[in-house]
Design a binder for this molecule. Structure first.
Ligand code: ZN
Length: 386
């Protein structure tokens, strides 16, 4: 079922109930929305992780399960792990795939046996946060990761989970999805479910300080993309609009303001923008489908793929493209041109297919006739312009 169909079905059933109840018409303005129930924001917040994990430990459950970006294998990060816990360093050189998730889930089940872990903690950028969410879902739901790629397919509540972003911008810390590549089916799609939402997040801006500048920029501008695409689409609601406007404003301050993008105030603002943008994310536009094609076919990381996508989408988003170019120049971010030039024909076909498959965002941005507006020739010429 498409998001819009699902929403009109929900609206219809809510209206019926309320009309029966008091004869008055009820017009929902939003879906019934779940957010992260607990968040803690501030420099040094990471020190609270031990207490939060310990509060979950008990006789009935196994030890704690931690997923960390492999970057932290060498970096100093004092992890509150004890005997019986499992610490896994996640390779983030490419985005999480359904195969990775199945194998990590298998390893966790083998380690913890019949007792599920007391909690799953993800510490890292969007890929690690999404990995922890996906495994937590699969520990309590049978089958494989690809069985749950879609909307409302997860049936049982996941293992309790804590998210600690070390890069800000994807909104993975508060979104209700975990994006997974499925190369066999040529798609990039998450487990969209209320069960995917973290139970607790720790937002410590200090953890983002060591990120390389280009990674900080590409991840941070993901928030800008989610939010402006939402504001420029047709599937809107007033709360998402206000969140998105605030997040876009913060991104302008961070990437175009007088201070260095990694000044203390900006590290904190970026955490806030990512959090607000994550709550608003869901209804993207043309940038994310084009970006997803670049990730699926050419294995480009998400944030960088977004920037390449928008750099070639000036016809659709002229003002936002100009803003991005200004942000890129001010922060001296290098994006060599020509990444999709002179590819064999079958690569262009694969890029087209991996982009046009994203019906929801494309119809949000362009309407139901999106395939006519974004013809194969036009989409291929967009890739060639990058
Ligand atoms: Zn994104």
């Amino acid at each position: 079922m498409k998001c819009s169909d699902e929403f009109s079905a929900l609206k219809h059933s809510l209206m019926n109930t309320l009309q029966r109840n008091n004869g008055k018409e009820f017009m929902p303005v939003t879906r019934n929305t779940k957010n992260v129930p607990y968040y803690l924001l501030g420099f040094g917040a990471f020190a609270s992780l031990g207490g939060m994990v310990d509060a979950r430990r008990g006789r009935e459950s196994g030890g704690a399960l931690f997923y960390l970006d492999r970057f932290f294998r060498d970096a100093k990060l004092s992890l509150p792990a004890r005997a019986g816990d499992k610490v896994v360093f996640v390779d983030t050189s490419s985005e999480p795939t359904v195969e990775n998730i199945d194998s990590l889930t298998g390893e966790a089940k083998a380690y913890f046996g019949t007792k599920a872990p007391c909690c799953v903690t993800g510490i890292g950028g969007g890929s690690v946060l999404d990995t922890a969410k996906a495994v937590a879902n699969l520990l309590t739901n049978p089958g494989r990761a690809e069985d749950y790629q879609g909307w409302e397919l997860v049936k049982n509540p996941a293992v309790y989970k804590i998210g600690v972003p070390t890069l800000a911008g994807t909104g993975a810390e508060c979104s209700r999805t975990c994006v997974l590549l499925n190369r066999k089916r040529g798609l990039k799609l998450g487990m969209n479910s209320d069960f995917t939402v973290y139970d607790q997040i720790l937002l410590d801006p200090e953890l983002t300080r060591s990120a390389p500048c280009d990674q900080f920029f590409f991840t941070g501008t993901d928030t800008f993309m989610h939010c402006f695409e939402s504001l420029r689409g047709s599937y809107r609601n007033i709360i998402v609009d206000r969140l998105s406007e605030t997040a876009v404003g913060l991104c302008r301050d961070i990437f175009l303001g007088p201070d260095d993008m990694k000044a203390d105030g900006n590290l904190e603002n970026m955490m806030v923008a990512s959090y607000l943008g994550g709550m608003a994310a869901g209804n993207t536009g043309v940038v994310h489908p084009v970006s997803a094609a670049l990730s699926t076919v050419l294995h480009l990381p998400h944030g960088k793929a977004n920037c390449y996508a928008l750099s070639a989408l000036g016809d659709f988003y002229p003002e936002e493209r100009a803003l991005l170019m200004e942000m890129k120049a001010k922060n001296k971010i290098d994006m060599p041109e020509g990444i999709c030039r002179n590819l064999p024909d079958d690569r262009y076909e694969a890029l087209y297919q991996a982009g046009i498959i994203h019906e929801n965002p494309l119809s949000n941005a362009l309407g139901p006739e999106y395939k006519e507006i974004l013809s194969r020739d036009r989409l291929v010429s967009i890739f060639k312009a990058m």
